[in-house]
Design a protein around this ligand. Sequence first.
Ligand SMILES: Nc1ncnc2c1ncn2[C@@H]1O[C@H](COP(=O)(O)OP(=O)(O)OP(=O)(O)O)[C@@H](O)[C@H]1O
Ligand SMILES: [Mg+2]
Length: 266
Amino acid sequence: MAINENKKRSAVHACITCATGNGKGVALSYLGVIPDKSCCIIFDPYGEWDKKLGKRPINQYRTRRGFARAFAHAWQSGKPFVLSYFPQSDKNRTDEMLWFGDLAWAASDGNKTLYTVFEEYGKCTTSVGKDETIVGEIFSGGRKFGLRAVAIFQRSAEIPKTIWANSPIKVIGAQENINDIKRIQEQLDCSKETITEIGLLNTKLAMYVPEWDETVKVKTHYLVSKGFGHYEKLASIVEPCRHIMKKWDEEQKAIHKNSEYRLINQ
Ligand SMILES: Nc1ncnc2c1ncn2[C@@H]1O[C@H](COP(=O)(O)OP(=O)(O)OP(=O)(O)O)[C@@H](O)[C@H]1O
Ligand SMILES: [Mg+2]
């Protein structure tokens, strides 16, 4: 059970929200939400986290038993780790996520810090009000037990208020829905144009790659807020696409060079 309650610990929970393909994964990898040398577990319903989190290797497990054993071992070792749990396709996603949340809560210890990531949280919840599940409990009471939770989702309007309101850190990428834009505007106290610019920049700097027959994002942009009414403009190169920057035309190069978004991976 959660042990060593420590009321001095501050809440460092985070929400990462972007429309699909606009850089939620890139943000988790590079924006520093999960520090290097931290202990981190990821609930990964689509199996996206099987290789690396930024530069850190990930060990992925597909059974409760395998994940729980590896987590217990890593957590007791006192060394940093990143582990992900990708449930098998015949399992109920929400049940698996609640099991994962229970495990994080049971392991939590106010003397240590555990980053606990919920990928695609919007697909695992139906509430937009109070989150009565273990995930709500982690976001509202987990800080005292060293839990730093991260919820990743496409649409903030579909997320329980418990999660949004208890996350001082908000990473906002490109948005496609007016209700989400309104919610973010209220939170950041910014203009609609400030939010719509993010998606425009992502698109302007995207490139078609003939070998992949795909148009890919080369640089993704974010507003990163660490409290009501404050935000910083940050951007990340999408590392697997870094080599494509060389092929940008003059206009794209100028957008990149003159950008007011601080690049976090030069
Ligand atoms: N390995 C890769 N190779 C090429 N392009 C990539 C790669 N990973 C990401 N990208 C580009 O970066 C963009 C952002 O990717 P990312 O995985 O962070 O998006 P996402 O918001 O997590 O998407 P989803 O909603 O599907 O989970 C993609 O749309 C793609 O254009
Ligand atoms: Mg993703």
